[in-house]
Design a binder for this molecule. Structure first.
Ligand code: MN
Length: 312
């Protein structure tokens, strides 16, 4: 099976180590997953506020937050206020087209600042964007998924964050998570030294993000924040792979059907054409009602102009 290793660009955003895996050196998204940041793991001091992301807009995409540890408060322009905790998913849909769009804030919360009693004073989160299919008319919305399908097999705990999945032994699971194109997101956490079997579907492409520690796949070792990219699975390809790791190591399988459209990214915007992005920059910077307003004291971030030579 043809694979590629994508290495992260590392950044420090307000004291939180971020590994950015997508977009990656001109590589196309993996299915509709077009942006991938792994934030943390990071522990915050008593004086530190943790993550504080000010008011900013999105178009033509969903933000998908997979919380591994810690808690984050989400507030958006359609009136949602939602704390996301460990093993939960938040999905915010910006909608498609020139009339749609959404804005939001995200901030760490602790037991003394709106978090639950056991909230860790730190963060480990995978944040992804999903490009929306632009041939569908999609309205803005927000969903919180506190409970997702989970099971234990082969010495690992699995949580299905989105999509449908049939295990190697034939058990079938389906996540409630809203989708507009076929996607899968599966968290795998080793509870002992073990080898797990992952099943893959023909017509889908996949990536494995190392979230904690190392794994072994086909005799190679992959390290934290590596992203292994698998080419689209053909009918005559092997439909399962084996991954070996030690207790405590963890990865996230993402995948789905490739989108049949171009995916351009600039700042917090996605589209298949430059004009939509230019319009969104103008609209946001001029307080257009398509982006609403968020009830928050956090600062409002300004949209930067498209650089010269931004190409389609
Ligand atoms: Mn955002």
């Amino acid at each position: 099976m043809h694979t590629q290793i994508l290495e992260p660009r590392l950044a420090d955003v307000g004291g939180i180590p971020i590994a950015r895996l997508l977009p990656n050196k001109g590589k196309q998204p993996i299915a509709a997953w077009c942006f991938l940041d792994h934030a943390g793991p990071a522990e915050f001091g008593e004086e530190e506020a943790g993550m504080q992301v000010g008011r900013h807009p999105h178009i033509n995409l969903q933000t998908f937050s997979w919380m591994i540890d810690g808690e984050v408060l989400h507030k958006d322009s359609i009136g949602n206020e939602q704390v996301i905790s460990k093993n939960q998913v938040n999905v915010m849909t910006a909608g498609t087209g020139a009339e749609q769009g959404i804005s939001h804030t995200e901030q760490s919360v602790f037991p003394d600042s709106g978090g639950s009693q056991h909230a860790w004073r730190g963060m480990n989160m995978v944040q992804l964007w999903i490009a929306l299919p632009l041939d569908q008319k999609i309205e803005r919305n927000f969903h919180h998924y506190p409970k997702l399908p989970e099971w234990t097999e082969d010495g690992a705990e699995f949580v299905l964050a989105t999509g449908r999945y049939t295990t190697a032994t034939g058990a079938h699971y389906e996540a409630p998570t809203i989708q507009y194109s076929k996607l899968i997101g599966l968290d795998v956490n080793f509870i002992e030294d073990a080898t797990v079997t992952l099943t893959l579907e023909a017509g889908c492409e996949y990536g494995i993000l190392m979230v904690v520690g190392d794994i072994e796949y086909q005799g190679n070792t992959y390290h934290q924040d590596d992203l292994i990219r698998f080419a689209v699975i053909n009918e005559d390809d092997e439909k399962s792979i084996q991954i070996t790791a030690k207790k405590g190591n963890r990865f996230f399988l993402l995948g789905g059907e490739p989108l049949k459209q171009k995916v351009l990214l600039w700042w917090n915007f996605v589209s298949d054409n430059k004009e939509d992005i230019e319009q969104a920059i103008i609209d946001w910077n001029n307080h257009h009602p398509r982006f609403g307003d968020v009830d928050s004291d956090l600062r409002r971030l300004a949209a930067p102009a498209l650089p010269e030579g931004f190409h389609e």
